[in-house]
Design a binder for this molecule. Structure first.
Ligand code: AMP
Length: 115
């Protein structure tokens, strides 16, 4: 059994509020939402981060971004806009080492970076 949190969600071993599933991706609500809408989009296959994924598998990277777009549409975010974030590594503040896009919206989400 893997100790990767998001692999365990993908495997159905841990609960999640799933909003979209494709053959290669899963989108579910963040457990600690930072905006009215806060969805995480992950690849079902484990990659550590977006840099690793994007250099290893273009098609899967495209699948991930397509799911971001479809979720933004289904969550009603297209009219007013939304933010997509890939936290990467230590300085990026990444806490879960399984590539994931944060999709945030439903209200103004504030300045791009707070220091
Ligand atoms: P990051 O800091 O970019 O690695 O983001 C990890 C995100 O995963 C955080 O926003 C957490 O709130 C979220 N998270 C952690 N555990 C869970 C969980 N079991 N279900 C949904 N989201 C989670």
């Amino acid at each position: 059994m893997t100790d990767c949190l998001f692999c365990r969600i993908v495997a159905g071993e841990l609960p999640a509020t799933v909003v979209r599933e494709t053959d290669t991706t899963l989108a579910f609500r963040d457990i600690n939402p930072k905006a009215e809408v806060h969805v995480l989009v992950v690849t079902k296959e484990h990659y550590v981060d977006i840099a690793t994924l994007a250099t290893a598998d273009r098609e899967l990277t495209s699948d991930l971004m397509e799911t971001v777009a479809v979720v933004a549409e289904s969550e009603g975010l297209l009219a007013d806009g939304f933010r997509t974030i890939f936290n990467t590594g230590l300085y990026g503040g990444q806490e879960v080492d399984h590539v994931h896009a944060h999709v945030l919206g439903g209200e103004p989400v504030g300045p791009m970076v707070c220091k």
